[in-house]
Design a protein. Structure first.
Length: 239
């Protein structure tokens, strides 16, 4: 594993480490008879295959955080991204949350990520285009004053986790591929609490904000149908 524990951070015993969360996720997948599309995945930008079944991104980590022995502590802002492959089909959701007593700014950031996700899903209708989803997501983010990590966004999904088309988190309405019945997209807003800039950490995977601001990430796998968007990764509260 290539990520290292960040110096000076500790947590009271009893709170899980991100590596322990990964172990829980492995058990859930195993019990469901599913496999992980994350484990062993190695896109062109990655120096090594991904070593876990979840991405656990804490505080200034935007996405792709590798689970480690770091124990969550009061006030942390956490994004968990966990995909699954079941019966030959892939799903890819993510959620951000705070640990213990939250910072008001973090609550607003997470709520905005969810609003951006909802806006993107609402735009995922037959007759619209990819640019309509991108514009809907980006407008919520920018209107709230947040940054967006360019070059990273959502994607098509089906038999494989990453398929065409790409789904940017910012764009012009009416542009891009037309949306058709039966398409399935992973829509995933990524919000930076400060400016747009980001960089890859030493592990080659984790994306961190350049200015040290916190980040949030939300994602659903969504089917486009004649009767409107259908969330395939709906949480219990959304069912």
């Amino acid at each position: 594993m290539h990520a290292t524990r960040r110096p000076g951070l500790s947590a009271p015993r009893g709170r899980p480490s991100t590596l322990e969360l990964d172990e829980v996720a492995r058990g859930v997948l195993r019990e469901a008879g599913a496999s992980s599309p994350f484990l062993g995945y190695r896109p062109s930008f990655a120096p090594t295959p991904f070593p876990a079944v979840i991405c656990a991104s804490v505080n200034d980590a935007i996405v792709h955080g590798i689970p480690t022995g770091y124990r969550l502590r009061d006030g942390d802002l956490v994004s968990i991204d966990c995909g699954a492959v079941l019966d030959g089909w892939a799903g890819d959701p993510a959620i951000s949350f705070t640990v213990g007593r939250p910072r008001p700014a973090d609550v607003r950031l997470v709520e905005t990520a969810e609003r951006a996700l909802a806006a993107g899903i609402a735009a995922a209708v037959v007759g619209n285009r990819i640019g309509d989803i991108a514009h809907a997501v980006g407008r919520v983010c920018r209107d709230a004053g947040y940054g967006i990590p360019q070059d990273f966004g959502g994607h098509g999904i089906g038999r494989r986790m990453h398929e065409d088309p790409g789904v940017p988190n910012e764009g012009r309405p009416g542009r891009g591929l037309p949306l058709r019945h039966g398409m399935v997209l992973a829509i995933e807003p990524m919000l930076i609490g400060g400016r747009d800039g980001y960089h890859a950490a030493a592990d080659g995977w984790t994306l961190r904000t350049n200015d040290g601001s916190r980040a949030a990430h939300a994602e659903h796998t969504v089917a486009i149908t004649e009767s409107g968007p259908r969330i395939l990764t709906a949480r219990k509260s959304e069912s």
